[in-house]
Design a protein around this ligand. Structure first.
Ligand SMILES: [Zn+2]
Length: 272
């Protein structure tokens, strides 16, 4: 499933193509949304915004296209009149004069007013977004002390979008590794400096992944490994997907665990 950085990169691509433009034609695959085709056509696209793992295409007149891609959904941007080569099923098409934004395979799609967005079950529960520039380490730090989250294991908590929006499975492993924290510990078990390290890693690693299109490993390590001829999949992460391989810091073999139903990777030595 794409995580916050990937959703934001997709939103950037769509925004570049259609933001500020008039939607000449809008098409929906689902019958219950067909009535919106004519109502949205002719409106200007005000903004394209990621919200956690969801995306909003905001039209003038307080109307918003909400989509959550889950595992399979995928946005394509094409020149108007051209179609991508894919066997996926088209769900939404937004055509401007020059470009088309096409959503394939997603099933969670709705058209909502600004007011309805506030009450939407996913959006209303969404915690602060790790890629929102207004969110500082001290904001994350105070969430670690929040009674709703303080007694939950970090391995599961980091995937909960109510705690922090935008973190998914690869970011979870990478953040805990960089903060040197064992995934079985809870916020209430951590000392003050560990909370600061975790808050900084949660923001720093997610924002690095956004800037680098998904690479979380330390820049110096990445450039060394690239020069040595390694592929992206081999230098991309500190620990994620590297079970059995030596830790870049201490050479202990990386372990693969199962936490909250998803695979998690950790270094037993670095993450005490
Ligand atoms: Zn290590």
């Amino acid at each position: 499933m794409p995580e916050g950085p990937e959703i934001r990169l997709a939103a950037d691509r769509i925004a570049t193509a259609i933001e500020g433009k008039i939607a000449c034609e809008v098409w929906f695959a689902f019958d219950d949304l067909k009535r919106w085709e004519r109502r949205l056509s002719g409106r200007k696209i005000r903004a394209v915004e990621p919200r956690g793992k969801a995306m909003l295409v905001r039209f003038t007149g307080s109307v918003n296209l909400y989509s959550h891609n889950q595992l399979y959904g995928r946005w394509y941007v094409t020149a108007n009149g051209t179609w991508p080569r894919t066997r996926r099923r088209l769900r939404v098409a937004i055509h401007t004069r020059d470009a088309s934004a096409l959503l394939y395979s997603a099933s969670e799609i709705d058209v909502l007013s600004d007011r309805q967005l506030k009450a939407h079950p996913y959006l209303a529960r969404l915690g602060v977004d790790v890629l929102d520039k207004a969110v500082t380490p001290s904001v994350v730090r105070s969430r670690l002390d929040d009674a709703r989250f303080a007694r939950r294991g970090l391995g599961g908590l980091l995937l909960d979008q109510r705690f922090l929006g935008g973190i998914g499975n690869y970011l979870r492993s990478e953040i805990l590794f960089v903060a040197c924290i064992d995934p079985s510990r809870r916020p209430c078990d951590l000392g003050a400096s560990e909370k600061v390290a975790l808050a900084r890693a949660a923001l720093g690693i997610s924002r690095r992944a956004y800037r680098t299109r998904g690479i979380t490993n330390a820049p110096v390590t990445v450039s060394r490994l690239r020069k040595a001829g390694l592929r992206r999949s081999e230098y991309r992460h500190f620990v994620f997907g590297r079970d059995g391989k030596p830790c870049y810091v201490c050479e202990t073999p990386i372990e693969k665990l199962q936490i909250a139903g998803r695979r998690l990777y950790a270094c037993r030595t670095c993450q005490q």
